[in-house]
Each structure stands twice: as C-alpha cells, then as structure tokens.
Write a protein that binds this ligand. Structure first.
Ligand SMILES: [Zn+2]
Length: 442
C-alpha cells in the first residue's frame, strides 16, 4: 500500500517534521518500509490503477495515531459524571460500584464495545487499559480490542487491601489477585499477536497489600511484561503512601521492584527531584493526564521539568477521571495547564509572585507526548513515520462542514495547521484511522 499526501509528525521532542507530497510505502505486514517526498512519480499512477494508493486531499493531513497511556476501561459509562467529588469519595461511592458490575459479561461487552469504537473514532490507535478485577471481563476487553484492531496494553486491576477496598469489590485474597494476573498475561500472550500486550496492574499502593505489590513485581519480572499503576496522584494518595511506607510512591514502587523500563506511572503530579531521578534512572514512563488532574489531583503536573530531565512521558485521558476520550483535547489541556502553572492563578498576588516561571510547554511538545512520547514510554515502534515503524495513522480533514477546525491557505503555515488541529479538531475531522496498516475506523 502507498499513502501520498502531507504528513505532520514529531519524531524528536520539541520539533515538528512536516513533509509535503510524502509517499509512505507500507508493507504487507502493516509496517512502514519507506518514507520519501515525491511529485509526479510513476509509482503513483501504477498504484492508483492497482487500487493500492491512498491519496490525501489538499485539506487532509496524515498524523501518527494517538497514544493514550492511561484508560480505566470499566469506567467508560461514568465519563462526564461525578467529578464534583474528591478522589476517595469518587472511588468509594461511584467508581468501585460501577467496576464491580463487570462480573456480568453482558454488561462488560456492551461497555467495552462502545469504548473501543469510541477511542478509535477519536484517533487513539494505542491505549493502555486498566481492566476491572475480573479476569473474564478483562479477557473480553482484550478480545474486543483485538477484533476491532486497536493496539493495546491491558491489565487486570489488582487490589486486595481490605482497609481501602470494599468487600464487594476487591481480590478476596492476595493469591487470587496474583493468579488472575497470571491467567490474563498468559491469555493475552497466546491470543494477542503483535497488537496486544499484557500488563501487571496494581491499582495503586493504597489498594494493595505489600504481599500483592511484591508478588506482582515478581510476575512482571518473570514475564518481562508491562507494569502500570498510579503514582503520587493527589494530596491524599501521596500522603497515604508516606504514612504507610515512610517514603513516597516512586521510592516505594521502586523498592518493590515495580519500576522497570516497561512501567507506566499515571499522574506523578507530586514527584520531587529525587523521584524524577529514580523514574529516569529506571527508564520508566509517566502518563500525564492533565484534564483529570484538574479535578482529582488539585495540582498541575510539572511537565516542563520532567520533560527537560528526559523522562519518558506521554498523555492519558484517565477515563473517567478525565471527562474527555480525546487525546487531542488532552494535548490542549496539557498546554493550558502548564500555562496556568507558569503564570499562576491567584490575581490578588503580584504577577512576579503568582506563578512558577519556565513551566510552560507548547503544542508541539504536547503533540510529541501524544504520539512519539507515549509510544516510546510503552517501548512500541509506533508514533512516528519512519522505516520499521508500524503504520498507525490518522487523517485529519480540515475541510469538513460543521466543524470548528478552519484553515486558510493564504494565512496558515503547516505549523499553524497542526496548532489548529490540537485546539479545534473534533472526531468528525478524523476521517480515517489505521493500525498496523489496517483501516480500523473512519
Ligand atoms: Zn487512573
């Protein structure tokens, strides 16, 4: 398959690469074998005649598929609800009762079919999913992601601490949680092909006993699989771990052996310089969830500092702590939150005392996080257009009627076009979605 048109990607942090008249050659396995820029090339005519040419229009732009590093799949029906509650109440009153419903596979199917289709339509070609505690429902999530063609990292959530988890929704014993984790890893390893990757998934330290955390680290080591968990998300959660273990989340997770180069730490809002050094040293990645943080963390993630220290980092929706399924929306929020961090928010203070200078990131850096950064954090060869990478891509059409995305040939550079995409593209502008060379939405 050949794809011809204008591509925009961010293969290197901080800079865009824009190629007009790009010709991408995609092999039969769905990987990119060549990227070049051509005009009036004979191969275009040949491929057009053979029906193997995808030609983008003058108002269409090819972008890498978006990577969502943090999704709670069972919380999909709760999207846009209950965000007036603090984190602990949000979990106990709303989230745990909803997640407990996934023992019912018919309910799970209805929810997960809707979720995966919705994320693909929003351009999310790779998602890192927390499932529920239920092995069968999480296998079903894997089946649905696979059948719809989405690339995914998936884990059965583990939570066995009776002090923090209700009777109706927890692993009844540590060994049950560990056995279930192992069963899911083997199921995904056997059926998921190149698309699916299993993950050890301790919900967060408060929800797990020390025995669970140690057991999960051993399983992650045994299988060499991904690890995903929350880290220093809110004042309460950050303080809870210090009170229980005498050290902060990052150091505690590291002591248990849960920080590896395949670990994704959601949030990490309260990390200090030592924590950043530890995360960087272990090669772990961070899922920055800017929209969720404004509601449940009550603070802003220090994106500029973390990125400048070279930590692997991408973006997450944190469905349903974040009320949008769109990674583009979270790009915009990441920029906006960093600007509030830099400028401050309390107008009664003098401008010089109000904020934290040097904290902003721009749309190019947020877009890098949404694509290359997220992909690199997961260790997957996606997120950019380069030889040997999978063809995971989306088309943004700026010529759609009834859309807020308006571009002007005589006024906008291609750099401007991407900025407008980040700020104003809706799902109606995403007209094609491919994963591993297969068209999966649009
Ligand atoms: Zn979360």
């Amino acid at each position: 398959m050949l794809v011809h048109g204008t591509l925009i990607h961010a293969p290197v942090f901080g800079a865009l690469e824009i190629v007009e008249n790009a010709l991408i050659t995609v092999d039969e396995g769905g990987s990119i074998s060549n990227v070049e820029s051509v005009v009036n090339d004979a191969r275009l005519e040949t491929a057009r005649d053979a029906g193997t040419l995808i030609e983008l229009g003058s108002q269409q732009y090819l972008l890498p598929g978006l990577v969502d590093l943090h999704v709670h799949a069972p919380q999909w029906p709760q999207l846009g609800k209950a965000l007036d509650l603090p984190l602990t109440e949000w979990l106990q009153r709303c989230t745990f009762p909803l997640e407990a419903r996934y023992r019912d596979l018919a309910f799970a199917r209805r929810s997960y079919e809707s979720l995966v289709a919705n994320l693909l339509a929003n351009g999310t070609t790779t998602a890192a999913y927390f499932g529920s505690i239920h092995v069968e429902a999480t296998k079903l999530l894997a089946d649905i992601a696979y059948s719809k063609g989405q690339r995914a990292v998936i884990g059965k959530v583990a939570m066995d601490n009776a002090d923090q988890c209700p009777d109706f929704y927890r692993d009844q014993t540590t060994s049950a949680g560990l056995d279930g984790t192992r069963e899911l890893i083997e199921y995904i390893g056997g059926t998921g092909g190149d698309l699916l990757h299993p993950a050890v998934t301790p919900r967060f330290i408060p929800a797990c006993t020390d025995g669970m955390l140690a057991g999960l680290a051993a399983i992650a080591d045994e299988y060499g699989c991904h690890v995903q968990t929350h880290c220093s998300e809110s004042d309460w959660e950050h303080r809870y771990v210090i009170d229980r273990h005498g050290i902060a989340d990052t150091q505690s997770l590291d002591r248990f052996g849960l920080l590896t180069d395949k670990t994704i730490l959601a949030h990490s809002v309260f990390v200090d310089d030592d924590d950043i050094t530890t995360i960087s040293g272990q090669g772990s990645g961070i899922a920055h969830c800017p929209l969720s943080n404004l509601y449940l963390s009550h603070a802003v993630f220090p994106a500029r500092k973390v990125l400048d220290r070279g930590v692997k980092a991408g973006l997450g929706t944190d469905i349903a702590g974040g009320a949008s399924p769109s990674i583009l929306h979270n790009c915009q929020m990441a920029v906006s939150a960093s600007r509030a961090f830099e400028d401050g928010v309390d107008a009664t203070l003098a401008a010089t005392e109000r904020g934290t200078p040097g904290s902003r990131i721009d749309f190019r850096e947020a877009f890098w996080m949404a694509t290359s950064g997220g992909a690199d954090a997961l260790g997957l060869k996606v997120g950019r257009f380069a030889e040997g990478y999978a063809f995971d891509a989306i088309v943004i059409d700026t010529g759609i009627d009834d859309s807020e995305l308006c571009t002007w040939d005589d006024l906008d550079t291609l750099d401007d076009v991407l900025q407008k995409i980040v700020y104003n593209a809706g799902r109606q502008n995403i007209t094609d979605v491919w994963v591993q060379g297969r068209r999966v939405s649009g």
